[in-house]
Design a binder for this molecule. Structure first.
Ligand code: GLN
Length: 257
């Protein structure tokens, strides 16, 4: 009888101990399933400088740093998953990623699949052409061959242009290369990456007249209001402390260039 009691006490103790061990592991950002707990998984497409791009083995850029700062605020560890741009929202809705941070424009269409945080940046869609092009503004794109990155707002914009042929590329830079090679007449893409790509290429320019004004925000699964609130709180802190401006300023120099 006595022995039985001792055994059961020991068993209870062992259980409590293992629970405690589990708890403390979780707190340190690890868990038995290989470390999913306390990780903030960010889906992105690291082909979009200065927001996200490869530098050696690392993914760097404004979004990577903002997400890192948010993860720090939340006491979580950031993990970045690089994928095609049009896989980001499906990854978030399927729960494979917690957040989509990819210079992603808030659109009504996307809002049907995901929720968005408060915006953290504004952007425009611009037109890149060859320096000697006779295309002087968005209106001149009628009937032209226009390159875009698949599934982006540039893609949506271009498909509204009358009689234009839209060529979709997996990477924005590939569209710019096609333009350099004379395969297409123009590229419609976000303003900041446009500047980066034009800097790298030869004989290209960005037209002064922009297409649209947009806002970038972080995509979060629709049922995850807790995370959305946490992210908005963290973003507000980063805005108030000046950290957000500091990160953006590190990658985007005042409009002198
Ligand atoms: N801002 C554009 C969009 O949301 C492009 C984003 C991107 O290519 N990373 O569609």
């Amino acid at each position: 009888m006595k022995l039985k009691k001792i055994v059961s006490v020991l068993l209870v103790a062992a259980c409590v101990f293992s629970l405690a061990a589990c708890g403390s592991k979780k707190d340190s950002g690890e868990s038995e399933d290989g470390g999913k707990a306390d990780k903030l998984v960010m889906a992105t497409n690291a082909e979009f400088p200065p927001y996200e791009y490869h530098e050696g083995d690392e993914i760097v850029g404004i979004d990577a740093e903002i997400a890192e700062a948010i993860a720090e605020e939340l006491g979580m560890e950031l993990e970045i998953e690089d994928m095609a741009f049009d896989s980001i929202i499906p990854a978030v809705t399927a729960g494979k990623a917690d957040i989509g941070v990819a210079g992603m424009t808030v659109t009504e269409d996307r809002k049907e699949s995901v929720d968005f945080s408060e915006p953290y940046a504004t952007a425009t869609q611009v037109v890149i052409v060859k320096e000697d092009s006779d295309i002087a503004g968005p209106d001149d794109l009628v009937g032209k061959k226009v390159g875009v990155q698949l599934g982006t707002t540039g893609d949506i914009c271009a498909s509204d242009i009358e009689d234009a042929t839209v060529e979709q590329y997996n990477k924005g830079f590939e569209a710019v290369q096609a333009l350099t090679q004379g395969k297409i007449d123009a590229v419609v893409i976000d303003g900041q990456p446009a500047k980066e790509f034009v800097k790298e290429a030869e004989g290209l320019k960005i037209l002064d007249e922009a297409f649209t004004e947009e806002e970038y925000a972080i995509a979060i699964a629709k049922d995850n209001t807790e995370l959305k609130d946490q992210i908005n709180d963290a973003l507000a802190k980063l805005k108030d402390s000046g950290k957000l401006d500091e990160i953006i300023g590190k990658y985007i120099k005042a409009d002198a260039e």
